[in-house]
Design a protein around this ligand. Sequence first.
Ligand code: FAD
Length: 463
Amino acid sequence: NKQAVWLRNDLRLDDHPALSEAQQQGPIHVVFVATPAQWRHHKESPAKLGLKAAALKDIADRLAKLGIPFTILETDWFQEVPALLKAFCLKASIQALWFQPETPWDETQRDAAVSACLADSDIEVHELDYDLIVAAPVKTQQNEPFKVFTPYYRRWLQILEDSQSSPYPALQPQGEAYQPEKWPYQWAGEFRHDLWPGDEENALSRLSLFGEIKLQDYKKQRDIPNKPATSLLSPYLSLGQLGPRRLLATVQFFCGEQNRDWRHDDWLRELAWRDFYRQLLLYFPQLSKHQPFKPETQFVHWREDAAGFDAWCEGKTGFPIVDAAMRQLNQTGWMHNRLRMISASFLTKLLLINWRQGEDYFLENLIDGDYASNNGGWQWSASTGVDAAPYFRVFNPTLQSERYDPDGKFIKRFVPELAEIPASKIHNPPDALRSECGYPLPVIDYKSARQQAIAAFKDLPEK
Ligand code: FAD
């Protein structure tokens, strides 16, 4: 009665329904399918692929200690996965395949093809949804998907209050420990091991340290890029090294310890954004196909500006907070949320460059690159997405800088040319100081760029 568990974007052993439930049915064989060409096509960054390989190594070691067989298959594209998995299941005499669904379009198509292919051979398929905190459809009373976050979030909390979940039991040993295979992981890229250790135990201990020490002050400090006030867990969440419901349990536990109501926790609200963007992909598949959420915004005339785009990518726009943000991304593979908003708004509104260029650049460089959150964040910033605010939200990078990095400490960390500039001048240094420091002049004039952005959105055809 052998069961196979196909790991994909859920690279963990902790709190994993498919692993636990499958093991209730019989001995399990864990399988992973590497698809490097597809991942490159999806613009997964070298850093993300490096962390993915580290996560797989960790899983391989731990499964070997439990005596649970683990196989990594490799092919180029998703479309080859069904036949490969079928051959694997037949060879290993597997009776059922278990996995956790994902929401982007290509992944849903791949999974449907796998299910159809295995049905032909009488191999059962079990999909157990666990990629979201609230997996049930979160819909309006008219059974429509929500298009705005706040009402979605209210309904999401309501469902959560009415449901109970407790973490799944740990895997049981299945036989003699063995020597894990040494996979080549030729597709793995470089990443900052010092910042993002790749093992699950580390991710879990970061989570509980965050809950214990920082959760309570998250709201006050989360927007200050120079403070390590956010969880820094996104790389682990985007690979599924941490399960979202383990995060929920952590919030509930520490809110209990701190005598706070978990339903009002601000970090939990951010986790709801993650669910929201994932569900949007299910109900609006055009989002997985480079289409804007607001159809009328497909008529925006984006500017072709290779020099402006390069300056933005390299952190040489002459706007210190934007440059510090982009250099943080380039050097560490991660960027603070406030800075993602500032730099995305700068590219799409002030340079008026197509958000899809920024979306791709982020994916190609982020260690936490995640299709749903990245697309959601870019479309929100570009006003083509689910933002409820009117189109003329244009961040002023200098004011944002003064507000969220008042003493310029974050800027100085990543733009060392400006290290000696006093805080009062660092947000927009005078031209003479710029040339002394070898720091570029601004690539745009803020006021006229803002007018240009407003005009570009004003002339769109009526909905
Ligand atoms: P915390 O503040 O500790 O939040 C905890 C977790 O909640 C995060 O790890 C993340 O999973 C989730 N979360 C928090 N904020 C958001 C949000 N606004 N939208 C969706 N989920 C959220 N997040 C990614 O994981 N991958 C991306 O590729 C990505 N691209 C983005 C692009 C843009 C333009 C913008 C504006 C935001 C993007 N985000 C993305 C969301 C957010 O910036 C990151 O999740 C967050 O900065 C990660 O840091 P953290 O783990 O310390 O977050």
